[in-house]
Write a protein that binds this ligand. Structure first.
Ligand SMILES: C[S@@+](CC[C@H](N)C(=O)[O-])C[C@H]1O[C@@H](n2cnc3c(N)ncnc32)[C@H](O)[C@@H]1O
Length: 442
């Protein structure tokens, strides 16, 4: 067995798991076990790339398969798409890519299909120009998104859907948030340049730095000392929207981050206003461990609570919060470039099902907010159903709730009636939505 076949087999297993409904992170972490560092990064590139271009590869397969309507088993589809991915998007010589992928089929119980796999991939090698040309008008092929998603984004964002699709297909940039308790942005840029890492300030967000090339955090100066954290510039807007400046040591604001893990926004709030009394809640105990790691590295000690936002009677001490951040579980449709598995995992009905959970979370948390308090509702989605349309329908149903405008300085942000929608851009941030709701006093 060659090392090349082993990596392709791990890639096929990872992709097959996603096709079976799993998020990418766990099967990818499993696939990396026991591989060399070089093979681990090749596996990541193959897995991310194959999923990013999966709708394109599927369109090609419809042309290559003799009977395209006959269901293909997920492992064979995974092998085929991993093979196509190498041919269209990697520098691996085609013959090596094909041989290793066909050899991989034997490692994932698809030895019987190896002749079929070989024939399909070799046909694409021979005929790719004609096949690609015949798909010129196929949008899923052209934009590498599921057709329903292209249609939805075109309907929801008629002036923006094309740059959004482009952004979703790009490599995500590495963006840092400078911890101003430890250093200034100017000084940290100098530290980066001194170790030959090229980077520039993101002018729209006071703490943002964009690296020219992504790199491992262990190469960032003083990362372990908490000088910087990794956080997209769109996510860096949240802490400022919370309006924490009134917090003092004598009279700390009580803040709830209701969906806190892995803790990016929670830690930013603490950097901005270290006197706040922060409760960081998350339903997933394993994800809360990430918040602990981040808090330890940055030197903060928020109250960490593993609990369900819709069951406050179990974890709430009865004292009202002055601020609540609800960074709600959502479709993730604004962060496809970082999570390309979402392209394959989401279904059209999700734009209707997520708001059911989002409404329940807001309904249960609203009574916990003090009169005069402020709630920020956030998602990393671009679907109006879980953003502006949802907030517009929720506010009238909540006692004493009143929307208040937010100003977002990012060039890819749109001010809507109630909140602000940040749309993903290749040269800008991921997609987010924020709305601020105040609880009127007595
Ligand atoms: C978008 S992520 C939060 C990201 C985080 N705010 C940050 O900036 O790092 C959403 C989180 O909500 C959590 N979650 C989902 N349903 C929840 C619920 N009912 N109660 C509390 N947390 C929930 C998930 O486990 C997930 O960690």
């Amino acid at each position: 067995m060659t090392a090349g076949a082993k990596v392709r087999a791990r890639a096929a297993k990872t992709i097959a798991a996603v096709l079976g409904g799993s998020a990418l992170d766990k099967p990818l972490a499993q696939g990396k076990q026991g591989l060399s560092e070089v093979d681990q990064s090749f596996l990541s590139a193959l897995a991310y790339g194959t999923l990013r271009r999966m709708p394109r590869h599927n369109a090609v397969l419809m042309k290559l398969l003799r009977n395209p309507k006959k269901p293909l088993n997920p492992m064979m589809r995974a092998l085929l798409t991993v093979g196509l991915e190498q041919m269209v998007a990697t520098r691996v010589p085609e013959h090596a890519a094909l041989d290793a992928t066909v050899a991989a089929s034997r490692l994932v119980n698809q030895a019987k299909g190896s002749g079929f796999l070989n024939a399909i991939l070799r046909r694409y090698q021979r005929e790719h120009k004609e096949i690609d040309a015949s798909l010129e008008n196929n949008e899923a092929f052209k934009w590498a998104h599921p057709q329903w998603l292209i249609d939805k984004l075109r309907t929801d964002w008629p002036d923006d859907w094309k740059p959004m699709l482009d952004a979703n297909n790009g490599q995500p940039p590495l963006v840092l948030r400078v911890n101003k308790l430890k250093t200034s942005r100017e000084d940290y840029l100098k530290m980066l340049h001194s170790v030959d890492i090229n980077a520039a300030a993101i002018s729209a967000v006071p703490t943002g730095i964009l690296l020219d090339e992504p790199c491992g955090v262990d190469t960032l100066p003083h990362f372990e000392d908490g000088f910087v954290s990794v956080q997209d510039s769109g996510a860096q807007c949240a802490a400022g929207f919370m309006d924490l400046s009134a917090s003092t040591t004598e009279s700390p604001l009580r803040v709830l981050d209701a969906c806190a893990a892995p803790g990016g926004k929670a830690m930013h709030m603490m950097e901005l206003a270290p006197t706040i009394h922060l409760t960081a809640l998350d339903i997933a105990a394993d994800r809360l461990e990430k918040v602990t790691e981040n808090a330890d590295r940055l030197g903060f000690s928020p109250d960490l609570v593993a609990g369900n936002a819709v069951e406050p009677e179990i974890w709430w001490d009865g004292k009202p919060f002055d601020r609540i951040l609800v960074d709600a579980p959502c479709s993730g449709s604004g962060v496809l470039r970082r999570h390309p598995d979402i392209k394959m995992l989401r279904r059209p009905k999700d734009a209707r099902t997520f708001p059911v959970f989002q409404r329940e979370i807001l309904n249960q948390l609203w009574p916990l907010l003090a009169p005069g308090g402020r709630m920020i509702y956030a998602t990393c989605s671009v679907f109006p159903e879980e953003n502006e349309a949802f907030v517009a329908s929720w506010i009238p149903s909540a006692k004493d709730a009143q929307s208040t405008p937010l100003e977002c300085p990012l060039p890819n942000a749109k001010s809507l009636n109630l909140g602000v929608q940040i749309l993903p851009r290749a040269t800008g941030s991921d997609g987010f939505y924020y709305a601020a709701v105040l609880k009127q006093k007595g």
